[in-house]
Design a binder for this molecule. Structure first.
Ligand code: ADP
Ligand code: MG
Length: 685
């Protein structure tokens, strides 16, 4: 790839015209990166037709309508007798049928009124609804244009998965700017490069819904490229691991710590835990560095397996890092592990981005000297100023997007340490062979004895009041409740608003309820979390956006309510549900669904009501997942492909993996594709 093109793909989105640092960080949150490339890899989820029609009678309620209207009169909104009334603009369509445009948010009212002058024609586009009197209403139209500018409204609009603070207009603007610059840079490139960027163009400017289907030419090109990039990286990683096999000597045991490890356990290990620990210890004896993935359903007891590995390392005086995806999780691991380590005789410490100043320096010195044997933290454990005396093992817990590139980066930074990854996202075996082709896999397929399956029911959201009544009784009796608020797809109303509104509603029934969301200051959020975790606290209901992170352990919580469950992937729901059922009490999960749920949606929820076996659920998830991305999958899956659809592209998996294996030398284009898809830049970022 030409340097010019490469540099452009690496450009920070804040330098795209009309973006700037604030919007760029919002894009970062949604795209999982803030480069031009990250934007290009963000696939629109569907298309919205905006063909112009002459009359409201041609369009069904709930659908998008694009229509010329004649503006007749205004009725200003405001607060009347404590009730908020919207500002309304009365219009007629070409057949004289009345339509009302309304604005609830009156902050920019003059701006809108200027765009809709009385006595003139305008084309507007938005969602058509009807009020109780049968009048057609369009609230907050997304487009308002003069008749001569009608072509400014796209007749087919690509709709991007979005989030708080970003509108579809923001996406369209960035896309237009990027592609305007891209063309000149791609034009004189070789065919494979041009084909690839042509496919991206098709996906970002779809001409019909078909362009976004899994079997469209463009999506096939991109999916194959994505899989191929991944498979080449795996092949390389496998080769490297074999090459370094003889460099590393066998570790010598200096202390006897394992007996103490078994002594401090307050429970008996499950057979599965014992088997997996054996597998890990076997790896550690080998000259080839360990690269092992432990897949164990939520609550299967992975932390203690991690501790056994760290203890084994400490026996030879070697250090272990345990890396968690978030501060909160790192803190929680540290709280559990520290007291156990103390009893075993291992010095354990925590290192996150929050450590500053002298305290941090002291921690770093202790790590460098080799005194600290177990370092729990976030990706800060790999910041430039962190030096290890002898890092023998890196354990990665519940890491999202822990791809092959990250594995390689750790290998290089830590001088070929053993790597142990822990995941609660079960992946069917057939797939994991290709996805994790360079790793050995252990499966923790057993829960600690005495755990009751979580009783799961589905319920229409209309019955919320019934549920609240029942919950009140449970809460009186000491139950703790996680309440997960709906995900909002486009940011018409934000996730936060939804959570805030639900919180206000629940507070009238549960005055001590707490609220956490992603926009909250971390300290405040941790405070609420720890108050909720505290067994004696009065806070018995915790309302949250989807941020209750994978792995959060509040054993006393026994009820979880998930709103808009139909919009999550099954695996994601299973993860969320796993926040309860961690103690010995009977736990419950309520899946709320909206009125627009489809028959398939109901079937999917039924899977969860019937089983709590993560592997069955994962298999069903892949089989039943409809076209188009379900919300929440990005958060839960380790491998979140941008274009690949597990269900539709099984043959491509095989093809890409064969092509990668048969490749004699790594071509330039294969290297370019690895750059495009493997997101190396994330590690330690
Ligand atoms: P996960 O696999 O989801 O990370 P954890 O390691 O957090 O699970 O374990 C869940 C809970 O089960 C913890 O409270 C842990 O102490 C407990 N636990 C782990 N192993 C056992 C066991 N063999 N018997 C009983 N309880 C266990
Ligand atoms: Mg865990």
């Amino acid at each position: 790839m030409k340097k010019e093109l490469f540099d452009f793909l690496n450009t920070d989105l804040q330098f795209v015209k009309g973006v700037g640092p604030v919007l760029a960080s919002k894009f970062d949150e949604i795209l999982g990166g803030r480069r031009v490339l990250d934007f290009l890899l963000h696939k629109p989820s569907y298309v919205r037709p905006r063909e112009i029609t002459d009359s409201v009678i041609n369009v069904q309620p709930g659908e998008i309508i694009t229509i010329p209207v004649l503006i007749k009169s205004y009725k200003k909104g405001g607060v009347f007798r404590g009730r908020r009334a919207p500002t309304q603009i009365m219009c007629n369509d070409k057949l004289g049928v009345p339509i009302t445009i309304q604005f609830f948010n009156t902050t920019f009212l003059d701006y809108w009124l200027n765009k809709l002058p009385i006595g003139q024609w305008r084309i507007i586009s938005g969602k058509l609804e009807y009020n109780n009197n049968g009048g057609a209403i369009i609230s907050h139209p997304e487009f308002i244009e003069c008749l001569e500018n009608a072509e400014k409204i796209p007749s087919i609009q690509a709709v991007y998965p979005s989030g708080e603070g970003l509108t579809q207009k923001n996406f369209a603007n960035v896309r237009d700017q990027i592609f305007a610059s891209l063309d000149t840079k791609v034009n004189d490139c070789e065919t494979s490069v041009r084909d690839f960027f042509d496919a991206l163009r098709t996906v970002h400017f779809p001409k019909s819904a078909d362009d976004l289907l899994p079997n469209s030419g463009a999506i096939l090109t991109l999916s194959y490229s994505e899989l191929f990039a991944h498979q080449v990286a795996i092949a390389i990683s496998r080769k490297h691991r074999q090459e370094i096999r003889s460099i590393r000597g066998v570790r010598k045991k200096k202390h006897d710590l394992m007996p103490k490890f078994y002594e401090v356990l307050t429970f008996k290990l499950t057979d599965a835990q014992e088997r997996v620990i054996d597998e890990i210890f076997d790896d550690m004896k080998k000259p080839t560095p360990m690269m092992r993935l432990v897949q164990g359903d939520v609550g299967s007891g992975k932390t203690i397996v991690a501790l056994s590995a760290a203890t084994k390392m400490a026996e030879s005086g070697t250090q272990t890092v345990l890396m968690a995806p978030t501060d909160t999780l790192a803190q929680q691991h540290f709280a559990t592990l520290q007291s156990l380590c103390e009893k075993i005789g291992i010095v354990c410490d925590i290192l996150t981005g929050r450590d500053k100043g002298r305290e941090r320096t002291e921690k770093l010195i202790s790590i460098k000297s080799g005194r600290t044997k177990l370092i729990v933290g976030t990706h800060a454990v790999f910041s430039d100023d962190t030096e290890y005396k002898d890092l023998g093992l890196v354990i990665i817990d519940e890491q999202h997007r822990f791809g092959v590139a990250q594995r390689e980066a750790i290998r290089i930074k830590g001088n070929n340490p053993d790597v142990l990854a822990l995941s609660a996202t079960p992946i069917p075996r057939t797939l994991s062979m290709t996805i994790y082709g360079d790793m050995d896999i252990s499966i923790l397929n057993e829960k600690p004895a005495g755990r009751l399956p979580i009783k799961t029911t589905k319920l229409p959201i209309m019955r919320i009041n019934d549920l609240v009544k029942r919950l009140s009784v449970q809460v009186e009796n000491g139950a703790k409740v996680f309440w997960v608020c709906p995900l909002v797809e486009e940011s018409e109303t934000s996730d936060l608003t939804a959570a805030q509104e639900r919180y206000d509603f629940l507070k009238s029934h549960f005055p001590d309820a707490g609220l956490v969301h992603g926009k909250m200051d971390k300290k405040k959020r941790d405070k609420v979390m720890s108050e909720f975790s505290n067994a004696n606290s009065k806070m018995r209901v915790l309302v949250s956006t989807t941020v209750i992170e994978v792995g959060i352990d509040v054993p006393s919580a026994s009820i979880i309510v998930i709103e808009n469950a139909e919009r999550f992937g099954l695996a994601a729901l299973h993860q969320l549900r796993g926040r309860v059922g961690r103690g010995y009490a009977q736990s419950f999960c309520v899946l709320f669904y909206g009125k627009n749920i489809t028959e398939d949606g109901i079937k999917r929820l039924d899977v969860l009501c019937e089983t709590d076996d993560g592997f069955i659920i994962a298999e069903q998830d892949l089989m039943m997942r409809g076209v188009g991305e379900l919300l929440g999958t990005k958060q839960s899956g380790w491998i979140a492909y941008n274009f690949v659809d597990y269900r539709e592209h099984r043959d491509l998996f095989k093809l890409a993996s064969r092509d990668a294996r048969e490749m004699e030398i790594v071509s330039d284009w294969a290297k370019d594709l690895m750059f495009v898809f493997n997101r190396e830049h994330r590690v330690g970022a």
